[in-house]
Design a protein around this ligand. Structure first.
Ligand code: IPD
Ligand code: CA
Ligand code: CA
Ligand code: CA
Length: 266
């Protein structure tokens, strides 16, 4: 697997930030934790990791724009390129000592994601993809799962936290999906959920209310692994719309139909 120079820059940045997160993981009593809103936390571990990624990426490509969760957006003079970064996806897991979190870095060119990296430092799992070059977990080429029916499938989802999302609507979706599938999982880090779809660990995934940095890298991983990732109408308005459905051709379609099934009349 030959990586481009740009992908190497992204990998280096993700690994360096991952090391910083690894040092802070389990040290919650020494972290400064603040609340962005109900059930929504951030710590200096998130901010440190973002600074590491931002410095590495902008050192390599100073003219590119930068959109990260924890710092002010840089527009960049380049016009065509933008980094999209979640320095710590899965903050709630991280702060609870749950080793399911990741650094997610994507590169957008003229509005299209062309490279993506998702790194889970606790499991030393590095997911990479470049447009047209396939998706990889460490050195292994990835392919989405082959299951064709929901009844054989394990489906990941996101559960809206306190203060976000329409909980009633989510419970209806959950009930519909639960009635069709072999199992449902909620891991708590959207970038890893999408990487798991690319790796065939999850057969499908759905969530709404996400931000571009949660999804940009993962979407490319899935597409390069032969899967589908769209908004809930099967369209491409994912990054701005915040809602995503993913899976192979069959599961993606079945999942859209299931989550959009109307709320039963009382
Ligand atoms: C969160 C995670 C979670 C998703 C939330 C995101 P953060 O990201 O990806 O799985 O359900 O909506 O905000 O805040 O831990 O980077
Ligand atoms: Ca956050
Ligand atoms: Ca996130
Ligand atoms: Ca984050």
């Amino acid at each position: 697997m030959a990586r481009s120079a740009l992908l190497n820059v992204m990998v280096q940045a993700a690994v360096k930030a991952g090391k910083s997160l690894g040092r802070d993981f389990g040290e919650v009593q020494n972290l400064q934790v603040s609340v962005k809103g109900p059930g929504d936390f951030v710590s200096n571990a998130d901010r440190k990791a973002e600074k590491i990624v931002r410095d590495e990426l902008l050192k390599a490509r100073p003219t590119y724009g930068f959109l990260g969760e924890e710092s002010e957006e840089i527009k960049g003079t380049d016009g065509a390129h933008r980094w999209i970064v979640d320095p710590l996806d899965g903050t709630t897991n991280f702060l609870h000592g749950i080793p399911t979190f990741a650094v997610s870095i994507a590169l957008e060119r003229n509005g299209e994601v062309v490279a993506g990296v998702v790194f889970n430092p606790a499991m030393d799992e590095l997911y990479t993809a470049e447009r047209g070059g396939g998706a990889f977990l460490n050195d292994r080429r990835l392919r989405v799962g082959a299951r064709r029916v929901l009844s054989d499938s394990v489906i990941g989802c996101g559960v809206p936290h306190l203060g976000r999302g329409n909980h009633g609507k989510f419970l209806v979706e959950l009930r519909h999906v639960m009635g069709e599938v072999a199992g449902i999982r909620r891991m708590g880090a959207a970038s890893l959920d999408l990487a798991y779809v690319a790796a065939g660990r999850f057969d499908g995934f759905w969530e709404m209310g996400l931000s571009p940095w949660d999804m940009a890298a993962g979407i490319l991983l899935i597409r390069e692994a032969g899967g589908y990732a769209t908004d809930w109408n099967g369209g491409t308005d994912i990054l701005d719309g915040g809602a995503i459905v993913a899976g192979n051709e069959y599961i993606h379609k079945a999942l859209i139909e299931t989550i959009k099934r109307p709320i039963p009349a009382k």
